[in-house]
Design a protein around this ligand. Structure first.
Ligand SMILES: Cc1ncc(C[n+]2csc(CCOP(=O)(O)OP(=O)(O)O)c2C)c(N)n1
Ligand SMILES: [Mg+2]
Length: 507
């Protein structure tokens, strides 16, 4: 007889989900019993690390990725990382063990009370099946939800006695054999209308967001920008978990600032803004101003109905970003004969100073950067400087936490490296950020995952001091990190820690 466990592993096989991340407990052991040889289990020593690794793996492999957590406390530890995964649009199947069905009503120890309520704001769908026989079906539904646009995490809570339950073939065979395709084309009339707006615009501009990369749309974005000679900005780094356009391209102008007034200022003078694969916009600090300057119109292309609906200005087309850009480039036909925008000057080299400038570190990194290398970045005060110094020019070369929850970088780097074994992952961290996922160094060593780590130590939470100035806050405690040594906690030869000057590093 087929058990729930057999059917579940068969379901995972069908979706290519043979790498499982997790941290187990007694409630998860029945799932792991007789673990099949064609699967690999990657252990994180804390759930935020397990979820962060799965997030990186899911983004880089483009596959729904399973992460298994330990009932209530494990799920609780993972919630911050699930929040990040939602912002990153990472297709994660998060499962957690639940007490035996017979003991849930009496709230026996380790009962995951209201399990589906816990991650609810951060998952697209959540379920605790009402019958053991429905577990494979619930997992199949969850996988489809995770993989449909906008991609994101989903959650299933599984009572521990369900795994050995024996299934009748009718219960599961058709349920787990389904494929669901979700990439959508825009209506031809919508593409033609946008093409016409672009043709008649005098000074259009293109804003490239992370979903261009997730959708495999770099070529289409480059073709469109080159045909129309569009200056290209990256959407603000606060929401830029991936890069949508080669940053060494002559049309590339830089990264938009993350606030209302400053974005409108950068885009002022353009009559049409096309935003692709980003929300409009991932604002962060409250710097008020006009949403757009007078005379500027905006059209967003997004696969996410929520992004389309909540944008505070402009029109939107909801469809697959890569397919829409390709259709738009096709509809536009001949090249525009306008002057290309001026080529952006290289970032100035930081001045020599007593303490090493982060920009100097990133300039050195750029000069040594391996061919085909991938950056996973969580070095908050030097994010702009890294983007300025290291102009990444291949798809899938940059991962960042769009949610901003620290701990993503160190964990996700391992997942990205496991998904991309042929490319070198370089993980750049602030010394404060590294601590949120410090146990991930154990996973890197135990599984021989060859990520190279660079930690910038400025002995403080530099970015928070910069925010304190912006917010007019004086005398806040807890912003200094004296004597914190990341290198002591890691596998020495693969971690480089450099002492750098404190403060915001723009270049
Ligand atoms: C889970 C979580 N807790 C707290 C914060 C707030 N936070 C944002 S940046 C930061 C400091 C990061 O310090 P470090 O990694 O040393 O980078 P630096 O600012 O010095 O470049 C903190 C604590 C956060 N983003 N996520
Ligand atoms: Mg620091």
């Amino acid at each position: 007889m087929t058990t729930v466990r057999d059917a579940t592993f068969e379901l995972f096989r069908r979706h290519g989900m043979t790498t499982i991340f997790g941290n187990p407990g007694s409630t998860e052991l029945p799932m792991l019993a007789n673990f099949p040889d064609d699967f690999r289990y990657v252990l994180g020593l804390q759930e935020a690390v397990a979820v962060g690794m799965a997030d990186g793996f899911a983004q880089a492999s483009r596959r729904v990725t399973h992460v298994n957590l330990h009932t209530a406390p494990g799920l609780g530890n993972g919630v911050g990382a699930i929040f990040n995964a939602r912002a990153n649009k990472a297709p994660l199947l998060v499962t957690a063990g639940q007490q035996t069905r017979a003991l849930v009503s009496m709230q026996a120890n380790l009962t995951n009370r209201d399990a589906v309520e816990v991650p609810k704001p951060y998952v697209k769908w959540g379920n605790e099946p009402t019958r053991a026989a429905d577990v494979p079906y619930a997992l199949a539904q969850a996988i489809h939800h995770a993989s449909l646009p906008p991609r994101g995490p989903v959650f299933v809570s599984i009572p521990m006695d369900d795994w050995a339950h024996e299934l009748a073939p009718v219960d599961y065979e058709r349920q787990i054999a389904r494929g669901v395709a979700g990439r959508t084309l825009p209506a031809a009339s919508a593409v033609e209308a946008l093409a016409e707006r672009l043709r008649s615009a005098a000074r259009p501009v293109f804003v490239a967001g992370p979903d261009i990369d997730a959708a495999g749309g770099w070529d289409a974005a480059v073709e469109l920008a080159e045909r129309r000679r569009l200056p290209v900005w990256a959407s603000p780094a606060t929401g830029g978990n991936r890069l949508g356009f080669p940053e060494d391209h002559p049309l590339f102008q830089g990264v938009l600032p993350p606030a209302v007034g400053p974005i409108a200022e950068v885009l002022a003078g353009h009559d049409l803004v096309i935003v692709a694969g980003s929300s409009v916009f991932p604002y962060y600090p409250n710097i008020p101003g006009d949403l757009l300057a007078a005379g500027t119109e905006l059209v967003a292309i997004t696969s996410d109905p929520d992004e389309a609906a909540r944008a505070p200005m402009g029109d939107a087309i909801v469809a697959d970003v890569a397919l829409t850009l390709r259709a738009l480039a096709g509809a536009l036909g001949d090249a525009a004969d306008r002057e290309p925008p001026p080529v952006r000057e290289p970032a100035p080299a930081p001045e020599e100073a007593e303490r090493l400038a982060p920009g100097a570190v990133h300039a050195t990194l750029a000069s040594l950067f391996p061919d085909g290398g991938i950056v996973v970045l969580e070095s908050p005060s030097s994010t702009p400087s890294l983007r300025n110094q290291l102009r990444l020019s291949r798809p899938g070369s940059y991962y960042f936490s769009a949610g901003g929850g620290l701990g993503f970088g160190l964990s996700a780097a391992l997942g990205v490296q496991l998904a991309e074994p042929g490319r070198q992952v370089v993980c750049v961290l602030g010394e404060g950020s590294a601590q949120y996922a410090i146990t991930a160094f154990w996973t890197a060593a135990a599984y021989a995952i060859p990520v190279k780590f660079l930690v910038l130590r400025n002995s403080e939470y530099s970015i928070l001091k910069w925010f304190a100035t912006l917010e007019g806050v004086e005398g806040a405690p807890g912003l200094d990190l004296p004597a914190l040594d990341g290198a002591l906690t890691a596998d020495g030869p693969r971690l480089v820690q450099v002492d750098v000057a404190p403060g915001m590093a723009l270049v």
